[in-house]
Design a protein around this ligand. Structure first.
Ligand SMILES: Cc1cc2nc3c(=O)[nH]c(=O)nc-3n(C[C@H](O)[C@H](O)[C@H](O)COP(=O)(O)OP(=O)(O)OC[C@H]3O[C@@H](n4cnc5c(N)ncnc54)[C@H](O)[C@@H]3O)c2cc1C
Length: 285
């Protein structure tokens, strides 16, 4: 049975799963946590609830509904998506999943770290995509700004290509399992500096590290990161979709807050349904 992998277990992802399984597909939802909905204390503008409902309760109901209908829910962090011979391979902290189609539903785009130089040097030494840009840094010293699984995944892509790769944890503890050859710098970063191109990272304490490139992989990878790597179009940090939830990449769909517009449960649920029906059509072709 074709497998539609949905990244994100919020209202957009769960709604997509419900529509996909009811259309006869296998649907696997990979989610890290409760997303924006779990942070919502009281919702009183969602259809069908006479009394306000907490985000946690709405989420639990959606999860149980999706599971009852046959969706598989797996709590794990997605760190990358690659093209496979047929469809896609989704990489997670707990292994890989094959997908005939992928629906991105990871919620609001990640915040860009508020470090001086990050925005100014984008495209001139600051990159958000190791797979896309590693080649430009072959034989050079580079850094990855981040602390989690996603940052380590970006570092793994850069290690065979660059002269040196330094993980900048920006004041956080170094992760436990580091890939061979990865250097770590735990000092707080104050700025990314250079002239025309990036030439160094400055630390709050005063010293600096000479690098030609800085790859931003702060926190968890979001839909925008995955979309960019696969070649889909973005409008700022939001994924550009057609009305049916499809992106410019065949087999890749997006739904919910990651596509922008009204950042509300009602829109996320509708987007999820739309993207799932389009993914089902795509897989059947
Ligand atoms: C405080 C607050 C109050 C709100 N109040 C309301 C309200 O009253 N009414 C209303 O309609 N809306 C409200 N909202 C907005 C609403 O919660 C969102 O619009 C909605 O949850 C978006 O759904 P989503 O599925 O797109 O994203 P989310 O609900 O954010 O779900 C994103 C999912 O993606 C997962 N994810 C992200 N990255 C990864 C990764 N790399 N690997 C695996 N999983 C990943 C997350 O773990 C999560 O499961 C509120 C939001 C907040 C923060």
């Amino acid at each position: 049975m074709p497998n539609i992998v949905i990244i994100g277990g919020g209202p957009a992802g769960l709604s997509a799963a419900i529509y996909a399984v009811r259309a006869g597909m296998q649907a696997t939802v990979l989610y890290k946590d409760g997303g924006a909905l779990a942070k919502t204390d009281k919702i009183e503008n969602y259809f069908g609830f006479i009394e306000p409902v907490s985000g946690a309760e709405l989420l639990e109901r959606g999860q149980k509904q999706a599971e009852r209908l046959g969706a598989v829910l797996r709590q794990t962090e997605v760190t990358g998506i690659e093209y496979a011979a047929q469809g896609f391979t989704v990489k997670t902290a707990d292994g890989v999943f094959d997908a005939d189609a992928v629906i991105l539903a990871t919620g609001s785009p990640r915040a860009v770290p508020k470090i001086e130089g990050v925005a100014a040097f984008e495209g001139r030494g600051v990159s958000y995509c190791a797979i896309c840009d590693a080649f430009f840094y072959r034989g050079k010293d580079v850094a990855v700004l981040g602390q989690g699984e996603y940052a380590l995944e970006e570092a793994r892509v850069l290690l065979p290509v660059a002269q040196s790769v330094t993980l900048l944890t920006d004041g956080s503890e170094a992760p436990a399992d580091l890939p061979d050859g990865l250097r770590v710098e735990t000092r707080k970063v104050s700025a990314i500096e250079g002239d025309e191109l990036v030439s160094r990272v400055a630390f709050a304490e005063g010293e600096s590290l000479r690098v030609s490139g800085v790859f931003i992989a702060y926190g968890t990878a979001g839909s925008g990161d995955f979309a960019r790597k696969l070649g889909a179009q973005l409008d700022g940090t939001r994924i550009k979709t057609n009305a049916d939830g499809s992106t410019a990449v065949p087999g890749l769909f997006a739904a919910g807050d990651c596509t922008g517009g009204l950042l509300q449960v009602a829109k996320a649920v509708a987007d999820g349904a739309e993207a799932a029906m389009s993914a089902v059509k795509f897989v059947r072709k």
